[in-house]
Design a protein around this ligand. Structure first.
Ligand SMILES: C[S@@+](CC[C@H](N)C(=O)[O-])C[C@H]1O[C@@H](n2cnc3c(N)ncnc32)[C@H](O)[C@@H]1O
Length: 270
């Protein structure tokens, strides 16, 4: 399998991707929440009761109001590069305001693609806090127009809710040295498994620390990722390289139908 993380602005980098060359897009754009939302590491002392402790925010690019334009602006190119039946899978914040982003992004996807579903990712209890706690996020799924959505499930039991612990998806509490908004690779793997096959090519235009890339190489897909921040590119490359180097092991366990010791790979991959 091949993989690549390119450093730069996805709006520019996407222009060099040939038409109809990508089987699946999985992405987690900046939500426009101004960098610290959900990042416990940045306000851990306050969370533990020290109300005057400084907040060490770790900004990510384009995470203010410009996030909306960024997300909407790349949709035509994502449509251009996707093959027929290909899907765009887009993480999106849950139901909270002030911007009803889940509604806006769904409608924007539906302007270019056929909107398919808003899957709920239930992250589990968030503990005490103000008003409605943000326990879930949406994962919006849209299909390239003109054909049926690629769908690779034979169970007939795929629900539109991912519950805590499903598919090995674990809650990640970011450490100060991590990406500020890390998502678990198992979440990407769930959608990669449903909407593509081994040997296909997966694109992530907001690669962060490489969560989609890791899932793609583990599932034997080719991967192309764009990330504007050089430090995050380095994190992503390390993560994907490690996953790729362990690919032989995953395959050996699968071929011989041996269940790997519980937690073995996850422990080494986090
Ligand atoms: C919400 S984070 C994705 C984090 C990812 N889920 C992970 O687990 O690492 C969005 C990422 O998009 C990157 N980004 C923002 N604007 C970008 C742009 N125009 N082109 C490429 N990457 C961009 C940010 O640096 C950030 O890493």
């Amino acid at each position: 399998m091949t993989w690549s993380i390119k450093q730069g602005d996805s709006r520019t980098l996407l222009k060099s991707v040939p038409d109809r060359s990508i089987d699946l897009v999985v992405m987690d754009p900046p939500y426009g929440h101004n960098q610290t939302d959900g990042d416990l590491a940045s306000h851990i002392k306050r969370a533990l009761g020290d109300k005057d402790a400084p907040i060490h925010s770790r900004p990510i690019a384009n995470d203010g109001p410009e996030a909306n334009d960024l997300m909407r602006g790349i949709l035509p190119d994502l449509d251009r590069v996707l093959k027929g039946g290909g899907c765009a899978v887009c993480c999106c914040s849950g139901g909270g305001g002030p911007d009803p982003q889940f509604a806006r992004w769904s409608l924007w996807l539906d302007e270019i693609f056929d909107f398919k579903h808003a899957v709920v990712w239930d992250k589990g209890p968030m503990g005490l806090g103000w008003h409605y706690r943000r326990s879930y996020e949406f994962v919006l799924v849209a299909t390239k127009r003109g054909g049926p959505c690629r769908w690779h499930d034979e169970s007939g039991k795929v629900e539109n809710i991912i519950r805590p612990g499903d598919f090995g998806i674990r809650k990640i509490i970011p450490q100060a040295t991590d990406h500020p908004t890390p998502k678990p690779w198992q979440l990407a793997a769930r959608f990669i498994g449903l909407h593509s096959l081994p040997g296909d090519t997966v694109l992530d235009p907001f690669a962060g620390h490489g969560w989609v890339g890791e899932a793609a190489v583990r599932l034997e897909r080719h991967f192309l990722g764009f990330e504007i921040d050089e430090a995050f590119c380095a994190m992503a490359r390390r993560k994907i390289e490690l996953a790729a180097s362990m690919q032989g092991l995953y395959t050996a366990f699968a071929v011989h139908k041996i269940r790997p010791p519980r937690g073995l790979f996850d422990k080494e991959m986090t």
